[in-house]
Write a protein that binds this ligand. Structure first.
Ligand code: 2PG
Ligand code: MG
Length: 456
């Protein structure tokens, strides 16, 4: 090809002339930089390469990280992981090779990204999120053709491709899409959802962790040290203080107040022994008072099993009963004491959410994106919950990475609530720090959920 043929083929003369004219019109003081940015914008939007790798989450368990390349740059995402709770959540693909990471390696999921997913997505426009996510879901054609029950199909599908593989790519594509449109990530997410303006969520910050996650807040620290010594300030998986009292608290909080027990449960036979139900909550209450926030901070409790208490400013209770106990969860919701959040009960699954909405089982969704599998489906379940006038909490997982995507997700979807652990461990701080950056970027336009946290 001659030089002239090459110039003609790429219409270079015209493109360069356009860029120079634009710089002159803009009277820019740095024409070279202006021309380079102008030409960059003219580059077609396309995914050019996807590269996945195995990294470690905050518990030292392998997880998937993806670098997604476009003509404009490289966008990185990694997926969190928690304790799986049932067949209705999207399934991660793990290697199962006992000699390596106790079978929890993700090299198969990594391979799925580097081969199947990569082959299917290269060339696609990263701003078309739903098409990207649909392409990944379509990769298992048999399941889709079988048209089986959605939850099962999702399980099998993800079990083959891996929700961990898909979610990493989906988030990376979302970041690339925002860059392609030259808008902040939260704004791109707001545009994708087609609903409303961004809202900064109220953070449900972990103060005490216990049970399986055994959990922080600086104000609480001095109280705990006074009463339980410095070892009381060890932190758990979510970054909350994990002193002995917090284990006690979790066990305690797992029980409803005696009044509530009698009104809700037929007998007390299956209940754990009542330890000091008020000890942990008193600690938190005193810490709030000492920090000067008396009356301004409300409490949220993730029970993760059974029941609880009304002498404290509790505004939200997560998973008060077993994951399949629709009946008692509904009874508690009907008491109208506070927000009742479905975590394991819903597993972020649209069918379970639909059932809970229909039956009035709970009145808020705990959204764990790794239970859903793609950004598009996450947006959909949030819409589903909001349309039913539910509260929505965007949640971290116990196994987290330094990826702060959920902060942008909560703002962009205007969920009003986020739960990202304590402002203590790096992977939890990443989310809170991103919220601070977003608040700064929004400036005068920043809207904080405040009292409207359930329905901003
Ligand atoms: C929860 C979460 C986060 P996991 O219990 O709500 O704290 O835990 O990610 O293990 O489901
Ligand atoms: Mg929970």
């Amino acid at each position: 090809m001659s030089v002239q043929e090459y110039l003609d083929k790429h219409m270079l003369a015209r493109k360069i002339e356009d860029a120079v004219n634009a710089a002159v019109r803009a009277k820019t003081t740095d024409p070279v930089l202006f021309i380079s940015n102008h030409m960059k914008k003219a580059v077609p939007s396309a995914i050019t390469k996807i590269k996945a790798r195995q990294i470690l989450d905050s518990r030292g368990i392998p997880t998937v990280e993806v670098d997604l390349y476009t003509n404009k740059g490289m966008y990185r995402a990694s997926v969190p992981s928690g304790v799986p709770c049932g067949m209705y959540e999207a399934v991660e693909v793990r290697d199962g090779e006992k000699g390596k990471y106790l079978g929890k390696g993700v090299s198969k999921a990594v391979k799925n990204v580097n081969e199947k997913i990569s082959e299917a997505l290269i060339g696609m426009d990263p701003s078309l999120q739903s098409q990207i996510d649909q392409t990944m879901m379509d990769l298992d054609k048999t399941e889709n053709k079988a048209g089986s029950f959605l939850a099962i199909a999702r399980n099998n599908l993800y079990a083959e491709i891996g929700a961990n593989a898909m979610l990493a790519v989906s988030i990376a594509a979302c970041k690339a899409g925002a860059a392609e449109k030259d808008v902040p990530l939260y704004q791109h997410i707001a545009d994708l959802s087609g609903k409303g303006d961004p809202v900064l969520p109220i953070p449900a910050i972990t103060v005490l962790s216990g049970g399986r996650h055994a959990g922080n807040n600086l104000a609480a620290q001095s109280v705990i040290v006074d009463k339980h010594g410095s070892c009381g300030c060890n932190v758990g998986e979510d970054g909350g203080f994990a002193s002995n009292v917090s284990r006690t608290l979790l066990l305690s909080v797992c029980l409803l107040l005696e009044k509530l027990q009698r009104s809700i449960l037929p007998s007390k036979a299956s209940l754990w022994p009542l330890l000091s139900i008020s000890e942990g909550l008193d600690l938190v209450k005193e810490a709030i008072d000492r920090a000067g926030y008396k009356g301004r901070i409300k409490l949220a409790v993730d029970v993760g099993a059974t029941e609880f208490c009304i002498d404290y400013p509790i505004a939200s209770i997560e998973q008060p009963f077993d994951k399949d106990d629709w009946e008692h969860t509904k009874l508690l919701s009907n008491l109208g004491i506070c927000q009742v959040v479905g975590d394991d009960l819903l597993m972020s699954n649209p069918k379970r959410i639909e059932k809970a909405i229909k039956e009035g089982t709970c009145n808020a969704l705990l959204l764990k994106i790794s239970q859903v599998g793609t950004v598009t489906e996450a947006i959909e379940v949030v819409k589903q919950a909001k349309d039913a006038q539910w509260g929505v909490i965007v949640s971290h997982r116990s196994g987290e990475t330094e990826d702060s995507f959920i902060a942008d997700l909560a703002v962009g979807l205007a969920t009003g609530q986020i739960k990202a652990g304590a402002p203590c461990r790096g992977e939890r701080l990443a989310k809170y720090n991103q919220l601070l950056r977003i608040e700064e970027e929004l400036g005068d336009q920043a809207v904080y959920a405040r009292e409207n946290w359930r329905m901003p």
